[in-house]
Write a protein that binds this ligand. Structure first.
Ligand code: GDP
Length: 363
């Protein structure tokens, strides 16, 4: 699962990308992502539950969940016509599972704004318009084929035609597909099109150092806009976060206290991106390591186990699961078992956020 970071030039994209991905490069051996290209990075997803678990189970290593972030440079007006790096930009977006758009809400006379003044809604519209146009093109190309198959009696093609018509009507009113509810079967019939405005999106408002809570009128506008189009919003001062990330632990704590933050905003953004991707975590906990693993919301236990190793899905026998509350009450796994709180769950079990588990795997 990966998210792509986009934004107009000079909004703080690189500053944020570097700050978000810098801390993990040293320990990337823990994460078996296929390949990491130069424009990609790994973002660690801090989770307070890990330190609660390790109060009772003391491991050699603690490994948080992680996600891949792709820096998608090159958006310009006219991208959907293949302008500039337009085509490359769009094909990158098609591949990611969620979009993180950085929008500039900070004023700084030293940092030029591409269109002259700071206007996050105009920035959002510029990118959204390109994505809407590109989606319309995709659907226009797909429609004749779907219609032909539908006339031949193909049921799935009939669903595609119906979905394309609804999507087109929605896009023509310049609305992203994220906000359109299609019947499940229709949505599934067009899922392979990689429609970009249907992807979940997180707007990251890059705010001034003196507005970390995001109370500025511009940020409120971003929130209102997001609400209408089914997006979520995070706030950060990228420049400040980049400085905080470089400090050692003691100085960092002091700096955070000075600016009135409980933790770096980068942590909050990592968790919001994780949620935007539709991910939750389960934990494995032993003396060797305590680790958070990402799974897609609604996954069965075998699907969730396959995140550890692809073989685990078909070799899955059962899972033994307990909760953090049980661990805090009974202190050891042995006592949890003795109290009858260690649940045995089978193949149909739907994994829950925060489950602590052992998978029993067959040969
Ligand atoms: P990109 O083109 O979107 O990747 O933007 P950069 O990350 O390169 O940032 C452009 C300029 O804006 C740089 O000079 C940054 O130091 C500055 N910048 C980034 N974030 C902030 C911020 O939160 N506040 C202020 N004042 N400047 C920032």
């Amino acid at each position: 699962m990966e998210a792509g970071i986009v934004g107009l030039p000079n909004v703080g994209k690189s500053t944020l990308f570097n700050a978000l991905t810098s801390s993990v490069s040293a320990q990337s051996a823990n994460y078996p992502f296929c390949t990491i290209e130069p424009n990609e990075g790994i973002v660690s997803v801090p989770d307070a539950r890990l330190s609660r678990i390790t109060q009772y189970i003391v491991p050699q290593k603690i490994i948080p969940a992680a996600l891949k972030l792709v820096d998608i440079a090159g958006i310009v007006k006219g991208a959907s016509d293949g302008e500039g790096l337009g085509n490359k930009f769009l094909s990158h977006i098609r591949q990611v599972d969620a979009i993180m758009q950085v929008v500039r809400c900070f004023e700084d006379p030293d940092v030029i704004h591409v269109s002259g003044n700071v206007d996050p809604i105009a920035d959002i519209d510029t990118i959204e318009t390109e994505l809407v146009l590109a989606d319309m093109q995709t659907l226009e190309n797909a429609l004749p084929r779907a219609e032909k198959s539908a006339r031949g009696g193909d049921k799935d093609a009939k669903l595609r035609v119906s979905a394309i018509q609804k999507c087109n009507a929605h896009l023509e009113s310049e609305q992203p597909l994220r906000a359109l509810e299609l019947p499940e079967a229709e949505a599934a019939a067009i899922s392979s099109y990689g429609l970009m405005t249907a992807k979940p999106i997180l707007y990251v408002a890059n705010v001034d150092e003196n507005d970390l809570a995001g109370e500025h009128e511009l940020v409120q506008k971003v929130r209102e806009h997001a609400k209408k189009s089914g997006a979520s919003v995070a706030c950060v001062c990228a420049k400040l976060e980049a400085e905080i990330a470089e400090l050692d632990e003691a100085d960092r704590a002091e700096m955070l206290a000075d600016v009135g933050l409980e933790e770096p905003s980068l942590n909050v953004i990592a968790r919001q991106t994780y949620r935007t991707l539709g991910l939750q975590s389960y934990f494995t906990a032993g003396e060797k390591e305590v680790r958070a693993w990402p799974f897609r919301i609604g996954s069965t236990a075998p699907q969730a186990a396959s995140v550890i190793h692809t073989d685990f899905e078909h070799k899955f026998i059962r899972a033994e699961i307990y909760s953090l509350a049980d661990l805090e009450e009974y202190k050891t796994e042995k006592e949890i078992r003795a109290a009858g709180k260690l649940r045995a769950e089978g193949k149909a079990y739907i994994m829950q956020d925060g489950d602590i588990c052992h998978f029993l795997i067959g040969p």
